[in-house]
Design a protein around this ligand. Structure first.
Ligand code: AMP
Ligand code: MG
Length: 342
């Protein structure tokens, strides 16, 4: 969406949201046993459903936490630590940013660079940062590729340094991390069961009251009004990366927002979407992006090394594969074929 329309959309959304939020705030009641709030932040719709009574204070604290993180991680807000790092190339960072960079580096190393926060110069070239889309020239991609490489990000104590020409973007991990933080803030405020949805990426806190689990639907990448099935899960994160989530079309070709850091091109590994299910939201988010880049075979190998990660792959030729210990129910009568492997 062009920046201008984006701003108008945002203003309208906020006006609407404030009224919804006010309504939700007063809807706290013991009969239905939950309370909800919905806001627009981090460039997406975020909703929280907290079970229990008197959850008002907890939801307020959760919303403040989201706005705090949005400010901390933004690549466009001049006060953010990430903006400062991208412009100054060296900063003294908060513990929180150091920890998230450290986790990012670990996941980059484990995925052979398929997940790489230094992909920012490439993401900018395609215009995904500002919503001003364009197809870069090969020469531009090559110049940007010279500045990409997680191994060049130096973390020493509270100092973070990147080479000149380089830049970072936490877009592939920040929403998952935000889910974890919101869950923690709700818990500190005596909420023990909640569903946090950040643009469709879900973090579940605790068990669903009076049920075996929360049923979370997985979107059909070929028809975003529909679902391919659902997982029944508790106390974990369910995060999806897909080419359908953000893209533009030029000369009959689709250019989407997940970039292969080795080629600078939109990842094309034969997958339409990948959903990762594991406890930690930041890990689930980073891995879903990495798996989309790596492709199914390598991603399956990664999953088989641990009991803690399950994944649902949807291939371009409409095959659904479920890896790991997860309770998945496919939609009947769907055009997808379906297989499962522990
Ligand atoms: P996600 O939706 O979590 O898969 O994250 C995609 C977003 O992360 C994109 O909009 C970019 O800002 C950024 N990104 C794109 N490709 C990569 C990559 N290979 N590694 C890390 N971040 C990426
Ligand atoms: Mg991600």
């Amino acid at each position: 969406m062009p920046q201008f329309f984006r701003k108008i959309f945002l203003a309208l959304f906020l006006a609407l949201t404030l009224s919804v939020y006010a309504a939700c705030q007063s809807s706290d009641n013991g009969e239905t046993g939950f309370d909800t709030v919905e806001i627009f932040a981090m460039d997406t719709v975020i909703s929280i459903k907290a079970y229990g009574t008197n959850t008002e204070k907890a939801l307020d604290a959760a919303v403040q936490e989201i706005y705090r993180l949005e400010k901390l991680f933004s690549v466009t807000e001049k006060d953010s630590e990430i903006y400062k790092l991208n412009s100054l190339k060296s900063i003294t960072a908060s513990d929180e940013v150091v920890n998230l960079f450290t986790l990012s580096q670990e996941i980059s190393a484990k995925t052979d660079g398929a997940f790489d926060i230094s992909v920012y110069p490439l993401v900018s070239l395609y215009g995904f940062t500002k919503g001003e889309y364009r197809v870069p020239e090969q020469s531009e991609l090559e110049a940007a590729l010279g500045c990409v490489g997680y191994e060049h990000i130096l973390i020493q104590g509270d100092k973070i340094e990147i080479p000149s020409g380089a830049g970072v973007d936490l877009g592939a991990i920040a929403k998952g991390y935000c889910g974890d933080r919101v869950a923690a803030v709700l818990e500190q405020n005596d909420v023990s069961s909640a569903v946090i949805s950040i643009g469709g990426n879900v973090r579940l806190l605790g068990q669903k009251p009076d049920a075996d689990g929360y049923s979370i639907a997985i979107r059909d990448p070929n028809d975003t009004q529909e679902y391919i099935g659902s997982v029944t899960v508790s106390d974990c994160s369910v995060v999806t990366s897909g080419s359908y989530q953000r893209y533009f079309e030029e000369n009959g070709r689709i250019y989407h927002h997940i970039i292969d850091p080795k080629t600078g091109l939109c990842a094309d590994s034969g997958l339409s979407s990948v959903t990762v299910i594991c406890k930690d939201g930041a890990t689930a988010d980073a891995l879903s992006t990495a798996f989309f880049v790596m492709g199914q075979e390598q991603a399956e190998q990664y999953c088989r090394q641990t009991d803690e990660i399950s994944a649902i792959f949807v291939s371009d030729n409409k095959e659904i594969s479920v890896i790991g210990e997860v309770d998945f129910t496919p939609v009947e009568s769907s055009e997808y074929t379906y297989s499962t492997a522990k």
